[in-house]
Design a protein around this ligand. Structure first.
Ligand code: AMP
Ligand code: MN
Ligand code: MN
Ligand code: MN
Length: 292
């Protein structure tokens, strides 16, 4: 392996809320000379066959991934929090994981019907069909509502749609039914994957609480943590790396690329400075062997 090679272990295609096809992600990885790239669509395995086929075509190492959402509850946190757990190296044909993602998709459809009604009542008329047209192949998520709100001229930017209307607690927010972190960890390990705590700085808790959460989840079976991520500043990267070292996490990292749905975030490079070394992969892979 080339010692200067880099990888991107967190990306989304149009099967969830990105705008690129799985093949376009692989092409982008090839053009950026990545030695490996993972597709980690939200609660979704549908893009992985195409992704692996594209990997063969472009001779890029493609890694099967998923990003599962869970509610985290703990005495040191005032109310339950949505957190994300990335699973890498999963078997995308695993029956239990496929059943769960099918169920989550059904629950999303129910939620979407409620959310369309709620936003319409708030003065932003829209239909489920309009939303589906934006999501294309993907399951509709709040990202797609934000795109539709901009398109219809209800807000100027996607951020404004989140900030004013459907961030957690805002009037247009309809919560999803989510599994526990323990269930996500089990589903990922059962599918021969390695569970990783995604972007802990996004959970609106201070670094002391991030450490408590990470330690707790490590005790519950999480093997890795994202120590490199597009939005981290150098202090955050340093602090999360310290947590990884202290609690024996395998280190992971990625851009969280969403194509045009997250402007300013590029595959491989994140917001410009990201560079995830490929030796992270070896350690992550070795954790997999312990699970199998
Ligand atoms: P959902 O899974 O439908 O609850 O939607 C969550 C998605 O919305 C995430 O995957 C993010 O890509 C996106 N998202 C969440 N919060 C924000 C935010 N404040 N600004 C922009 N995008 C966000
Ligand atoms: Mn997303
Ligand atoms: Mn996430
Ligand atoms: Mn993500």
């Amino acid at each position: 392996m080339n010692t200067n090679s880099t990888v991107d272990l967190h990306t989304h295609s149009y099967y969830s809320d990105g705008t690129y096809s799985p093949e376009e992600i692989v092409k982008e990885a090839f053009e950026n000379k990545l030695s490996a790239v993972a597709l980690t669509d939200h609660d979704c395995l549908k893009g992985l066959d195409e992704f692996n086929d594209a990997g063969k075509k472009y001779n890029v190492n493609t890694i099967n991934g998923i990003e599962l959402a869970a509610y985290y509850e703990s005495p040191f946190i005032d109310k339950k929090k949505e957190i994300h757990i990335v699973g890498l190296f999963i078997d995308n044909k695993n029956v239990a994981l496929n059943k769960k993602t099918d169920l989550i998709l059904q629950q999303r459809i129910e939620r979407n019907k409620k959310m369309v009604k709620r936003l319409t009542e708030l003065g932003f008329p829209m239909t489920y069909e309009e939303l589906k047209a934006i999501a294309k192949k993907g399951s509709c998520s709040r990202t797609h509502y934000a795109v539709l709100m901009v398109k219809k001229g209800y807000v100027k930017t996607k951020d404004e749609a989140f900030d004013k209307y459907f961030s957690a607690g805002m009037p247009g927010y309809v919560p999803r039914i989510l599994p526990t972190p323990e269930e996500c960890i089990q589903l990922i390990k059962n599918a021969k994957g390695v569970p990783i705590l995604a972007h802990p700085t996004l959970y609106r808790i201070d670094i002391e609480k991030i450490e408590l959460m990470a330690k707790d989840l490590r005790d519950k079976g999480i093997e890795g943590i994202e120590v490199m991520y597009s939005s981290y500043n150098s202090r955050q990267q340093y602090e999360i790396t310290n947590i990884a070292n202290k609690y024996n996490f395998a280190k992971s990292g990625g851009s969280d690329f969403h194509g045009l749905n997250k402007s300013g975030i590029y595959l491989a490079k994140g917001n410009g400075n990201l560079s995830v070394p490929d030796y992270f992969l070896d350690e992550l892979k070795s954790r997999r062997n312990k699970n199998v």
